[in-house]
Design a protein. Structure first.
Length: 221
C-alpha cells in the first residue's frame, strides 16, 4: 500500500480523500496547504504544513506519491510547478473512483482525478492533472487537454476536443465534433453547438462567446 499526501484542503481535496479511501490502495498520511493552520483536521486527516514542507516530509513520512486536490485549473498548475521545483522527480498519482465506466483503451495522464459516475468511452485521451467530476460523460474519441476540468453532469458528444486549462461548467452539453480552445470557460447549463475560440467565456443555449479571459483569471465562485 502506497503512502500518499494531498496538496490542498478545500472541497475538492475532500472529494479526493473519498476516492482514495474507496480505492483501498493508499494510506493517506495527511495534507499540505499554504493557507490553513498546521494541525487542522480535514475529514480525519491533519494538515502537516505548507507545500514547501514536502521536501522534508517526503522522507520523514515515507511518502510515495501525491495528488493535487485543487479544483481551479490554473491554481492546480501553480501548485504543480511549485512541487516540481522542490522535488523534480515527485510522483503524482492518478486516482479513479471505483464506480466509473471507462473503456479499456482510454489513455489517462498523471495526476488526473476521476469522480464517481463518470463515463469515458472508447479512444478518449485525458491529459495530465485533469478533473472529470461526478457523472460527467466523455463520448468516443474525446480529448481533454492538460489541467482542464469537466464539472458534474457535463456531457459531450463524440470527437470533442477540450483545450488545456479549459473549464466546462456544471451540466453543460457539447455536441459532437466541437473544439473548445485553451483557457476557455463554458458556463453552467450551456449548449455548445460550434467551436469556441481560445481564451473565451461562453454560455447560453445555444452557447455564445460573451467575453475574452486572461490566463489564470478566476472562474470558481
Amino acid at each position: 500500500m502506497k503512502n500518499i499526501i494531498i496538496f490542498g484542503s478545500a472541497g475538492h481535496a475532500g472529494e479526493v480523500i473519498d476516492i482514495i479511501q474507496e480505492t483501498k490502495q493508499y494510506l493517506i498520511v495527511g495534507l499540505l496547504d499554504d493557507y490553513k493552520e498546521k494541525g487542522t483536521e480535514i475529514l480525519g486527516y491533519k494538515i502537516l504544513g505548507k507545500i514547501e514542507d514536502i521536501s522534508h516530509l517526503k522522507k520523514s513520512h515515507k511518502i510515495d506519491c501525491g495528488v493535487i486536490g485543487i479544483g481551479d485549473n490554473f491554481g492546480r498548475h501553480s501548485v504543480y510547478l511549485k512541487i516540481k521545483d522542490i522535488i523534480p522527480e515527485f510522483n503524482f498519482e492518478t486516482v479513479i473512483h471505483p464506480q466509473t465506466s471507462i473503456s479499456k483503451n482510454v489513455k489517462i495522464g498523471e495526476g488526473t482525478v476521476i469522480m464517481p459516475g463518470t463515463i469515458i468511452n472508447i479512444n478518449c485521451k485525458i491529459g495530465n492533472f485533469c478533473i472529470l467530476n461526478t457523472k460527467s460523460s466523455l463520448d468516443h474519441d474525446g480529448i481533454v487537454g492538460d489541467f482542464s476540468s469537466l464539472a458534474p453532469g457535463v456531457t459531450t458528444g463524440g470527437n470533442v476536443s477540450i483545450g488545456e486549462f479549459s473549464a466546462i461548467s456544471l451540466g453543460a452539453n457539447i455536441i459532437h465534433n466541437v473544439k473548445i480552445g485553451i483557457h476557455c470557460v463554458i458556463g453552467a447549463g450551456a449548449l455548445v453547438l460550434k467551436d469556441i475560440k481560445d481564451f473565451s467565456v461562453a454560455y447560453g443555449v445555444p452557447a455564445k462567446e460573451i467575453k475574452k479571459r486572461k490566463i489564470g483569471e478566476s472562474y470558481l465562485k
